[in-house]
Design a protein around this ligand. Structure first.
Ligand code: OGA
Ligand code: MN
Length: 283
């Protein structure tokens, strides 16, 4: 087994493992270390079943089940991120279901609108378009370290409000029902947090963050925009061009991500997703 960095600040490829085999505890310890170091791990040519994916995912921590009312899940551990309906036919891009998924194209950290966000996810590529549909990942750790000292001082105690409504409004008005909104109230999180396993500091920005607590909205948005632009500079970003049987694991506390466009009318794209729960004690 070998872990090869892909870019200096983000992403590594893990080579020489077969994820359909049983994985020893020591190897998992190495995978987790590599994940905390690189934020994104890529495993290529892994033709695995959902059952294998669940078993592999559990090596990184406790799983979250999908919510039955969420379009991607059925209440089980595996969610399906795709542009297909239940018959396997392409959903028209103008359909509300597609618009809802479009919000994945904004930089985000999964579930940051929740009081307890999500720790990370594993995506397994089942069907990918011949071009486009890449997923991009931006470090939240190296950009913090690279901030000027006065900026670090200015933001160290700030908190931001994260809301699902704010992210969805950027895609289209009235995308989510008032009922769903009521069930997902906004949450406040520190702008800078320490990652429990490494002691490193990470920023938390992204499309859900719409306000800085105690600041006028406009002033807060300008700061959040500036920090987002800072984190998503090309040298902090890894762009994953999917091939079938790729598995990508990301730590949501250490990076942002976003999907990118492809010819959705023409090509199917299906990723199976398992999600790691955030240990509440470390929030
Ligand atoms: C996700 C997500 C992006 C993509 O599944 O959380 O943001 O490229 N996916 O599908
Ligand atoms: Mn996401």
């Amino acid at each position: 087994m070998e872990v090869r960095a892909i870019k200096e600040y983000i992403a590594a490829e893990v080579i020489g493992v077969d994820l359909t085999d049983a994985i020893e505890a020591e190897m998992f310890a190495e995978f987790r270390m590599a994940l905390y170091r690189h934020a994104v791990l890529v495993f290529r040519d892994q033709e695995i079943t959902d059952k294998d994916q669940v078993r592999f995912s559990e090596g990184f921590g406790r799983l979250e089940m999908t919510i039955p009312s969420d379009p991607i899940g059925d209440g089980g551990p595996v969610g399906v991120v795709s542009n297909l309906d239940s018959q396997g036919e392409i959903i028209p891009p103008s359909d509300a279901r597609s618009l809802y998924m479009q919000a994945n194209r904004l930089w985000h950290s999964d579930g940051s609108f929740r009081r307890v966000p999500l720790k990370g996810s594993l995506l397994a590529a089942k069907c990918v378009p011949p071009s486009g549909g890449a997923t991009e990942f931006a470090s939240l750790v190296a950009p913090y370290a690279a901030l000027p000292a006065n900026r670090k001082k200015e933001i160290e105690l700030l908190r931001a409000v994260h809301s699902l409504a704010y992210s969805r409004e950027q895609v289209a008005p009235n995308l989510i029902s008032s009922e769903f909104l009521r069930d997902t109230p906004p949450a406040e999180h520190p702008l800078v947090r320490e990652v429990s396993e490494t002691g490193e500091k990470a920023l938390l920005v992204g499309s859900y963050a719409g306000n800085v607590v105690g600041w006028p909205t406009a002033k807060g948005r300008i700061l959040l925009e500036e920090l987002l632009a800072w984190c998503t500079q090309p040298h902090f970003v890894y762009r994953h061009e999917w091939q079938v049987h790729d598995i990508v694991v990301y730590d949501n506390r250490l990076c942002l991500h976003r999907g990118t466009a492809w010819d959705e009318n023409k090509y199917k794209r299906v990723l199976h997703r398992t999600t790691l729960a955030w240990d509440e004690a470390s929030v």
